[in-house]
Ligand binder design. Structure first.
Ligand SMILES: Nc1ncnc2c1ncn2[C@@H]1O[C@H](COP(=O)(O)OP(=O)(O)OP(=O)(O)O)[C@@H](O)[C@H]1O
Length: 849
């Protein structure tokens, strides 16, 4: 038996297994197979739990399970029964067993536990309300309500704080910078730091050590030395005098980013000769320079320490405030619930873990199946771990082919870890096999999705990634070196991908956008981007015209780029479905309803009145009598409806006035508006303008069957398309410029130190511990950027079309964009503008024939 077949057999024999598999190799397929196999062995469905991250993915698993059984039960479809037998490796599986199970499941669908982590956690929390300190009748907030609660808590904090105290706190937070809006600044700091600080000791913010300031005498003699220095270069004399002046007035912060200081520090660290310009820096000045460096270091770190402590205090105060607010409203976020669960489970030894979670569910979870495990956060793992321990404990370790007692299965791909911003830590995947007993790891790199041409190209790019600086020139304080290391590690760990479909045709092409027409000689960044979007729209149109029945995924890094592409494709007359959700205000009819609501909220504001009264809704509401009192009558009617029937009823009534006056597209958005009003009961407590704001912010998908689909790469996770077009590869790979950096003993443990971001120019003042923490963080950003590129490229079954900006004589090896990485890997130095012809091409461009 081949190794792959053996692995598959082990999976179906329900041995505790971790599957680490590349894109398209059938992780979801195998998870479904295992789920079916467990059920077909007669295990009660309520003791099997499959979890994943999105409702879409959970729905997909559930649909695949039910569909496989229903098809196998159909006497007219012998192929499906054979397919299921092969999938679950039960060659004599009787049809009657499939129909019995299908029928039982359909009648008792609630017994099937296929759930998102969020909904699992909410079920668990509902069964442990006292233990978690949750008030009776509590409910979950959504993303937008959460944002509003943060805003209210910050405003409340600002309103009730002692202003002098708050100002001095802010002065520390912003290092003396003038802050335009106190609330905005606090909100920014809190958003950066809250999630990361939640499970830490408050002391974490005092982990930056501040060295002592050199004594006054030393500083004075350094100043004298600099002034009296006998050096030939005039520019150095000027520079030393400037440093002496700044030191005399204790303007250390101004010296912190001085090139002289930076160059000397860098040269010392890399043990090269310290230079000023082209000449050697005079040795006799070194002792004085040490005093200068120590003075600036002490000042910079003292400021950072104060900023960190102020952040800690602010976040703690904010935490108290928002938790009080949430307790009063009895509304909590998924994060609040997950943190409480993790803290609760964390109190028990692993021996007792077995019992805690399972005690409170309607049936113990004996079979655990975890999907997309690379995106799990430490808090989520802390909650899942007791279940994993139960599922892998004693009863599952016997080597019995017919085991049914307990089982553990976990699938993922660390190359697809793209949810770091949501707390996902791919390294947890690596630690599972050490953490749990008797778990075997299976690796798979044979794709059932993509053609050999696509997979060879993907392998070519990732196996030839160039990293700069090269490993020999590693400089441990330099963030570029950490990022280069991340690129090297990705390249070295990247397994060559093979296709299970050797005869499937494929095509890969790289297109260069046009050189933008510009009044000045150097077109702006935005113009280069637009030229790429135009080229991508052309590529999509040609593909669609050539193969109208094939699916095309246009995948972008940002929602904004998705909207740009959508607009261009619409303009070319293509039917396109945009996924990921856009606010309902893309419909003029919805805007009218919002104006009607705003008119009641702000009776004196003529804008809303004008908009409404020059529209079909105004006509409908004034019953054809547009006299001077019409506005007042309409306002009264809306207000009355709101007072008597509430928001949902008012919105429904307003929408109803418009329905037969608009087209199908607006009618759909109006219907979605009434659903939103009915589902968001919490806005009832506020003002009409709160609901209007919700409508303007909340993304609502516009479902539309179309073969061309535009979405972000994040939204495309788990999906596949015949052709994939990538239009924004020239965006920077990483762009961290702020936030908080954590130092933790391991990926699963809470941080032992936290600090605010320090710019690259000042980073050398930090201790090695903190430089390494910053480096790890930036390396993580780079790995995630590579994962994003990998996910995007591997959605393609047959055709992959990449659009890049043209550039002559690209410098190889220091790419900061995905386009640069790809072109470097393929050793394409010159990329001339060539809108009609690809600059690189492999495979058959008529792959669909
Ligand atoms: N053993 C198999 N035999 C036949 N087809 C398979 C097999 N495994 C997977 N497939 C098919 O290959 C495609 C990719 O499978 P699946 O979506 O399960 O991959 P995945 O590993 O979850 O992908 P990704 O990690 O990219 O989300 C699907 O169309 C699936 O039906």
């Amino acid at each position: 038996m081949s190794a792959v077949a053996e692995d598959r057999k082990a999976i179906l024999q329900l041995k505790p297994t971790v599957v680490r598999a590349s894109a398209g190799t059938g992780k979801t397929y195998q998870l479904t197979a295992r789920f079916l196999r467990i059920l077909l062995q007669g295990v009660p469905p309520e003791s099997v739990l499959a979890t994943t991250f999105t409702r879409k993915a959970a729905g997909e698993i559930l649909a695949r399970v039910l569909e496989a059984l229903a098809k196998a039960a159909d006497e007219k479809d012998p192929e499906s029964l054979n397919g299921l037998r092969a999938q679950v490796d039960l060659p004599t599986l009787p049809r009657a067993q499939c129909s019995r199970l299908a029928r039982d499941l359909v009648f008792d669908i609630h017994r099937l536990k296929v759930s998102t982590l969020d909904s699992l956690f909410s079920t668990l929390a509902r069964s442990l309300p006292f233990e978690l300190g949750l008030p009776a009748g509590w409910n979950l907030t959504d993303e937008i309500e959460e944002r509003w609660l943060v805003e209210s808590a910050v405003n409340d904090l600002v309103a009730s704080a002692d202003l002098t105290e708050l100002r001095s706190l802010l002065a520390m937070l912003s290092k003396g910078r003038v802050v335009r809006s106190v609330s905005n600044e606090i909100q920014r700091v809190v958003t950066d730091a809250y999630a990361i600080q939640r499970r830490c000791d408050p002391e974490v913010w005092s982990a930056v050590r501040v060295p002592r300031m050199p004594g006054t005498q030393n500083v004075e003699s350094m100043i004298t030395d600099f002034r009296a220095a006998d050096v030939p270069q005039k520019s150095l004399v000027k520079c030393l005098n400037k440093a002496a002046d700044a030191a005399e007035q204790s303007q250390w912060d101004e010296l912190a980013e001085e090139t002289l200081l930076n160059n000397i520090v860098k040269a010392r660290r890399s043990r090269t000769e310290v230079k000023f310009g082209r000449s050697k820096f005079p040795d006799q000045l070194n002792p004085s320079f040490d005093v200068l460096l120590e003075s600036v270091r002490s000042h910079v770190l003292a400021l950072l320490d104060a900023q960190n402590r102020a952040t800690g205090t602010l976040v703690e105060t904010f935490d108290q405030r928002i938790q009080q607010m949430k307790a009063a409203r009895r509304r909590f976020s998924f994060d609040d619930v997950a943190v409480r669960l993790a803290d609760y489970f964390g109190q028990f030894d692993s021996d007792r873990h077995d019992a805690i979670g399972n005690d409170r569910l309607d049936a113990p979870i004996d079979h655990l199946l975890l999907d997309e495990f690379q995106d799990t956060s430490p808090i989520q793992w802390a909650v899942l771990r007791p279940f994993a321990i139960h599922a892998t404990s004693a009863e599952s370790s016997d080597d019995d082919e017919t085991r049914t007692a307990r089982s553990f299965f976990c699938v993922g791909d660390t190359k697809q870890a793209i949810y770091g911003f949501r707390g996902g830590v791919a390294e947890i995947f690596d630690s599972v096999t050490d953490d749990l007993d008797g778990v075997r790891t299976v690796e798979q790199n044979e794709s059932y999705r993509s053609s050999p041409v696509v997979l060879d190209f993907v392998t070519d790019v990732f196996k030839n990634l160039k990293a700069s600086p090269p490993s020999g020139a590693q400089r441990d304080w330099d963030s570029d070196a950490f990022q280069a290391d991340a690129v090297r590690r990705f390249r070295e760990a990247f397994p060559p991908h093979v296709s299970a479909k050797p005869n499937l045709k494929g095509h890969v092409a790289i297109w260069a956008g046009d050189t933008p027409e510009s009044a000045d000689a150097n077109p702006k960044k935005a113009q280069w981007k637009e030229a790429c979007f135009d080229a991508a729209a052309r590529v999509v149109t040609d593909l669609h015209l050539g193969s109208p029945d094939r699916t095309i995924g246009v995948l972008t890094r940002s929602r904004r780029a998705a909207a740009e592409m959508m607009w261009r494709l619409d303009g070319r007359g293509l039917t396109v479905s945009q996924e990921g959700g856009h606010p309902l205000t893309d419909s003029a009819a919805v805007e009218l309803v919002l104006s009607a609501l705003m008119m009641v909220e702000h009776p004196g504001d003529g804008r809303w009145q004008f908009h409404l009264m020059h529209s079909p809704l105004g006509d409908a509401l004034c019953d054809g009598v547009a006299d001077d009192q019409a506005i007042e009558r309409i306002e009264n009617r809306i207000r009355q409806s709101w007072t008597d029937g509430g928001l949902a009823e008012t919105v429904f009534w307003l929408c109803d006035q418009l329905l037969d006056r608009c087209d199908a597209s607006d009618a759909l958005r109006l219907k979605q508006l009434t659903q939103l009003a009915a589902s968001q009961a919490w806005v009832e407590t506020g003002r009409l303008s709160d609901f209007v704001r919700l409508v303007r912010e909340k993304g609502v998908e516009r479902p539309q069957a179309a073969n061309v689909r535009v979405m972000t790469v994040h939204a495309s996770k788990g999906l596949e398309f015949d052709a994939v077009v990538l239009p924004d590869l020239d965006e920077p790979l990483t762009r961290r410029q702020g936030g908080c950096i954590a130092d933790a003993p391991s990926v699963t443990e809470p941080a032992t130190g936290l600090t605010r971001y320090v710019s690259k120019k000042r980073r050398h003042f930090l201790s090695q511990r903190w430089q390494a923490a910053f480096g790890r963080c930036e390396a993580g950003d780079m790995t995630e950027a590579l994962c994003l590129l990998y996910v995007a490229m591997t959605r393609a079954r047959q055709s992959l079309q990449l659009v890049v900006q043209p550039k002559e004589k690209r410098k190889s090896g220091s790419a900061k964009t995905a386009a640069g990485l790809i072109l470097d890997a393929l050793e394409l130095g010159d990329v001339p503008a060539s809108p009609e012809q690809p600059v690189f091409e492999v495979g058959n461009h008529q792959w669909w024939l």
